[in-house]
Design a binder for this molecule. Structure first.
Ligand code: GLC
Length: 552
């Protein structure tokens, strides 16, 4: 089958996500920085990746680790200077790596000069950059907040009004209904595009447009958060405007965090003919494994297959299994025990890099970095975790159970310093790291894996190389096989006369399967075990074995 999907560089490469605070510290202050990334440019190149998305590094009071921006054109000095930034992206470009900027414009920081002025007076020229409810109208209709247990409105005395915040109190929502605000945002994006940025990741963007009459929502509506708080029809108009103002003239792409609540929403966001966004990623599969109880493989397959089928002819998605908002890849979807960590991470990376959609991989997952054990709330700094803790406390819910789930699923798991080697602080810093290094850095680190052909790291590199060399992994059609199998995920990718079969054992024991395609094997393209136990259409996969076969 020939895929008619149009070609684009942002579909073809592999994206690597860097959490700048935790990647590499060059000056011993305990925070990662641009010069640290510059020191590791050869490492990035060695991975074979072709895009880097970096989480926010702008001026910020850091209430939500930089997702609260107080100046969109200034660098937070802890990461370096604008010259360092320029040198960093120039170094990436030299190595063929494009740069994707995180654009956090559903909200700003409450320390942004726009908000400082807006809150002070109803006559401020920036007043309509935000959402207000004048106190003389009484209390505003309840709005749920994702981070603030007290809800989405907060009172400011100076102008006797409430302002709206979908996330933390310190993250007031910007008013996208105001054309002046929209122009400000496009100007900011142009500023960075002129500096050579190749793409934008639109943070929390599905919530940008609001019904500014602030109607009363029905009881319990929070459960369907996106439906009530996101994807209003005007959002599409704003995206079309942004496309014309920024994406088209500067030849940059944009990816949305969140793809709406229905497949139709997702299509409307990324349909090429509509000229809104180029790509998006949804949360349905990461939502399925938020507790230690885990997930069912058939559910996992069904979600991926459903989304793939909906985009088989048109539109493009990004795929990811972990990021800075989730627990570590191997803890969520694999097996972090010393016996199976290596093979199960390799298996998951094989999946991510052979699936259709642009793969987004998160720093450290190329090594099999794991969750960190943080059983008590005192160790947490993340505003999301602390907000949830307060809610459980206020409602007198089961705290032991909550802490167990938090320890497993918290975002802090994914924010520990990168493990470079087995020297003190994993080679991340010579100072005191802002966040505790995972004690397992002595075993899991770049230096120990770099030269080992069987390491997680080298498997990752080999997989990226394979994907880069064979277009079938990018543009080939996807077809699920053996849907009901609870142990093995098997699928085909087909482009013209090229066909590859991907087999992934998701269990910690041998798993046999029988497929007609196994009678047509041409050769093994990659495997995380030496031998392949295949005879006459039957195969027995070892625990967490991942193998890709080319098929006649
Ligand atoms: C997005 C980011 C998350 C942040 C939130 C508020 O979900 O990924 O880290 O806390 O938006 O900006």
């Amino acid at each position: 089958m020939k895929s008619e999907i149009s070609r684009a560089w942002w579909k073809e490469g592999v994206l690597y996500q860097i959490y700048p605070q935790s990647f590499k510290d060059s000056d011993g202050d305990g925070f990662g920085d641009f010069q640290g990334v510059i020191q590791e440019l050869d490492y990035l190149e060695s991975l074979g990746i072709s895009m880097v998305w970096m989480n926010p590094f702008f001026e910020s009071p850091m209430v939500d680790n930089g997702y609260d921006v107080s100046d969109y054109r200034a660098i937070n000095p802890r990461y370096g200077t604008m010259e360092d930034f320029d040198a960093m992206i120039a170094g990436m470009k030299k190595r063929g790596i494009k740069f994707v900027l995180d654009v956090v414009v559903n909200h700003s920081s409450d320390q942004h000069k726009w908000f400082q002025s807006a809150r002070s007076s109803r006559d401020s020229e920036y007043r309509d950059y935000y959402h207000w409810w004048p106190a003389e109208k009484g209390k505003p209709p309840h709005r749920h907040s994702l981070f603030d247990p007290e809800g989405g409105w907060d009172y400011v005395e100076e102008s006797d009004s409430y302002y709206l915040h979908t996330f933390a109190e310190a993250q007031p929502d910007l008013n996208w209904e105001n054309p002046k605000l929209r122009q400000e945002v496009y100007d900011i994006m142009k500023f960075w595009a002129k500096k050579g940025v190749d793409g934008f990741r639109m943070d929390a963007f599905q919530f940008a447009s609001k019904d500014t009459t602030y109607p009363v929502f029905p009881e319990g509506h929070e459960k369907d958060f996106i439906k009530w708080y996101g994807m209003r029809p005007q959002l599409h108009d704003y995206l079309k405007e942004m496309y014309k103002e920024v994406m088209e003239p500067y030849n940059v792409f944009a990816v949305a965090e969140g793809a709406g609540s229905t497949l139709q929403d997702a299509h409307d966001l990324v349909d090429e003919a509509r000229k809104e966004l180029q790509t998006a990623y949804h949360f349905e599969y990461v939502d399925m494994s938020r507790t230690p109880e885990g997930y069912k493989l058939t559910d996992f397959k069904n979600v991926f297959t459903k989304w793939d089928e909906a985009f088989a002819e048109e539109g493009w998605l990004a795929v990811f299994l972990s990021n800075h908002d989730n627990a570590r890849l191997v803890d969520r979807f694999g097996n972090p025990s010393p016996e199976f960590r290596r093979v199960s991470t390799q298996m998951l990376n094989t999946f991510l890099l052979s699936m259709r959609g642009t793969p987004y991989t998160y720093y450290g997952d190329e090594l099999g970095m794991t969750n960190i054990d943080m059983p008590t709330i005192e160790e947490y700094v993340d505003i999301h975790a602390i907000g949830k803790y307060k809610t459980v406390l206020a409602k007198n819910e089961d705290m032991d159970e909550f802490m167990k789930v938090l320890n497993y699923s918290s975002r802090e798991n994914a924010r520990t310093p990168m493990q470079w080697d087995d020297t003190e602080n994993a080679g991340f810093t010579t100072g005191t790291p802002w966040k505790k290094v995972n004690p397992n850095y002595k075993e899991i680190n770049v230096a120990s894996q770099d030269k080992n052909p069987n390491s997680v790291l080298n498997h990752f590199r080999n997989m990226v190389k394979l994907r880069n060399e064979h277009e079938v992994f990018v543009y080939g059609a996807y077809q699920l096989l053996d849907r009901e199998n609870e142990e093995t995920y098997a699928f085909l990718r087909t482009l013209d006369d090229k066909k590859v079969l991907v087999l992934l054992n998701f269990t910690n024991h041998d798993s046999a399967l029988e497929l007609p395609e196994l009678k047509q094997i041409n050769k093994t393209l990659i495997s995380n075990y030496e031998d392949l136990n295949n005879a006459n259409g039957k195969i027995t996969l070892k625990p967490y074995q991942a193998v890709i076969l080319s098929i006649n």
